[in-house]
Design a protein around this ligand. Sequence first.
Ligand code: ZN
Length: 190
Amino acid sequence: MSRSKVEKALPGDRIAISEEFLPGEHTYESGGLIRAMAVGGVNRDMKSMEISVKPSAEVSTIMVDDWVTGQIEVAQSNSAGVKVYYVNGGRMDKDFAGTLSLRGFGGGRGVRRGPPVKLGDIVRCRVFSLVNGIIHLAIDEDDMGVVHALCGNCGRPLTRGGRDRAKCDECGNVEDRKLAADFGTTPIRP
Ligand SMILES: [Zn+2]
């Protein structure tokens, strides 16, 4: 098997004609052509004459229900801008930014709380809509929310102090956040 360089395929890409190869994993056959079903590297098995796609950790597209990990680069009261670094745990190769809706957090229910996210926080979010070409993100699920944050007082990493409360072991500072279930554990799961 030649391993000169990995040929990349996007979903729908024509990777072979049916006479040359048999459709393998993550491919489909249509009208005499074999096409890729996933983003990934094309693999040709010359023994079985099968062509398949090995889904790549690198993703080039974002879809509804994907989860992303990124950093808060703009924080407002109702929304925050998130620079996306990982999609479904795979490193993002493009420059994407999403908008995290913060409605329903902070205020209401009579409990006074600080903002659910702050500038510089690393957050894991669910993509819930792509309307108007904007990546709309949410953090309501248990697994979603802040996964890493620094103390606003002294800059040390915060640890979990409660369900939605982070604390600084260094200076005793306590900050409210919408924390992901695994907040404070290392290594950070992207
Ligand atoms: Zn501190």
